[in-house]
Design a protein around this ligand. Structure first.
Ligand code: GLU
Length: 409
């Protein structure tokens, strides 16, 4: 099943329960615009390299479209469309005034120098600047893009349209970015994890965790979990993994990865493969890397009681069915990882008001939105007797559907 087919299946589960007509379903699923562009850049050695860039603008019924830009070799039209649609439901679940979009370039950034990365980014903006903007579509970081890339986007966009920092979020704090944006997705993941544990009368400091991915999301999630007293027993990244039944020393692991670029060679535990991590005996499993990692095959081996989807689209529908049957609670991506786009919203608000918030205010507002959204989804799940994913889709689709009908065609 393709990534987009998976998201449509999740949509259909909820849309069926809502009794949405076929026409309405088609309207809500069909993207507003799909863009595929050529990006030709000069390499440092003088050669020409040609890449393909994408931007899918999925829905704008609730506001300007919003979503990250991903630089990854596997980026393709199907995946970007799937991720754009997830942004539509995600912004609706946390009730921020945006629609959904997503973009990316099929490229391995490890093959590029910093100069090549900058030229690639500026060329991409040259191709899409007419269709993005603070009131239409606002990019942000995603896999392998960061604050520096966002700074180049703001600068290049400004060459066409004048100074307008709100065209992109996730910028450096020194250049119109927001305090707390970098940590936001990981922090939100931990807020909803703790909210879940509280509902089930479990103590965070008696909870064990396995984490797939130690990039922006995984590393901050690990940090906040560690701060709250949970034990992170296992972590993997693209280079390998590490396991310590007593709990990993997360500050030491962070320091190590800062210096070495990956967790390979960290001595604070035993080696661990990805498959072992997914099947490890922990309370909470947090996939925080690629999509589609939990499938029909490995879902049967999962021993965690709870899965919190820090990554986008990590669970294939067949695996989701297995988790439901086995009584494993899944906190879905469109709720669990919405902290990033929520603080992107705060950044956009600050840019438009030319007024900077303190970190404490960002954190307080983020924690409030994540907790309230979790509670709302939990209530729907309880009252409708459905899994949290279906409840989140019921909430998200309901809000987008109402805005669509109110606005009219
Ligand atoms: N890429 C992030 C996500 O998937 C953040 C998007 C944003 O901040 O606009 O939610």
């Amino acid at each position: 099943m393709s990534s987009y087919e998976s998201t449509v299946r999740y949509f259909d589960q909820a849309a069926g329960m809502m009794g949405l007509s076929a026409n309405m379903r088609k309207l809500l699923l069909t993207p507003l615009r799909e863009l595929k562009v050529q990006i030709a850049v000069e390499r440092d050695n003088g050669e020409i390299a040609t890449y393909i860039g994408y931007r899918v603008q999925h829905d704008n019924a609730r506001g300007p479209m919003k979503g990250g830009l991903r630089y990854h070799p596997e980026v393709n039209a199907d995946e970007v469309l799937a991720l754009a649609s997830l942004m539509t439901w995600k912004t609706a679940v946390v009730n921020i005034p945006y629609g959904g979009a997503k973009g990316g370039i099929a490229v391995n950034t490890k093959d590029l120098s910093q100069g090549e990365l900058e030229r690639l980014t500026r060329k991409f903006v040259d191709q899409i600047h007419d269709v993005i903007g603070p009131d239409t579509d606002i990019p942000a970081p995603d896999m392998a893009t960061n604050a520096q890339v966002m700074a180049w986007i703001m600068n290049q966009y400004g060459k066409y349209h004048g100074f307008n920092p709100a065209v992109v979020t996730g910028k450096p704090v020194e250049l119109h970015g927001s305090e707390g944006r970098e940590e936001a997705t990981g922090r939100g993941v931990v807020t909803v994890t703790c909210a879940l544990l509280e509902k089930l009368k479990r103590k965070v400091n008696h909870t064990t965790v396995a984490l797939q991915g130690f990039g922006n999301v995984g590393s901050f999630a690990a940090t906040f979990l560690h701060e709250r007293g949970a034990k992170v027993l296992g972590v993997t990244d693209a280079s390998g993994g590490v396991w310590n039944p007593e709990g990993l020393d997360i500050p030491a692991l962070l320091q190590f990865t800062k210096e070495r670029g990956s967790i390979k060679g960290f001595s604070g535990g035993d080696a661990l493969s990805n498959e072992e991590l997914l099947a490890s005996d922990v309370d909470v499993l947090i996939p925080a890397a690629l999509g589609n990692v939990l499938d029909a095959h490995n879902a049967e081996n999962v021993r965690a009681k709870f899965i919190v989807e820090a990554a986008n689209n990590p669970t294939q529908p067949e695996a989701d069915d297995v988790f439901h049957r086995r009584g494993i609670t899944v906190v879905p991506d469109i709720l669990a990882n919405a902290g990033g786009v929520t603080v992107s919203y705060f950044e956009w608000v600050q840019n438009r008001q030319h007024f900077k918030w303190e970190l404490a205010r960002v954190r307080t507002e983020l924690d409030r939105i994540m907790t309230e959204s979790f509670d709302r989804v939990w209530e729907i799940a309880e009252s409708r007797k459905v899994p949290l994913r279906v409840a989140a889709y019921l909430l998200g689709i309901g809000r987008v559907g109402r805005a669509t009908v109110l606005g009219g065609l």
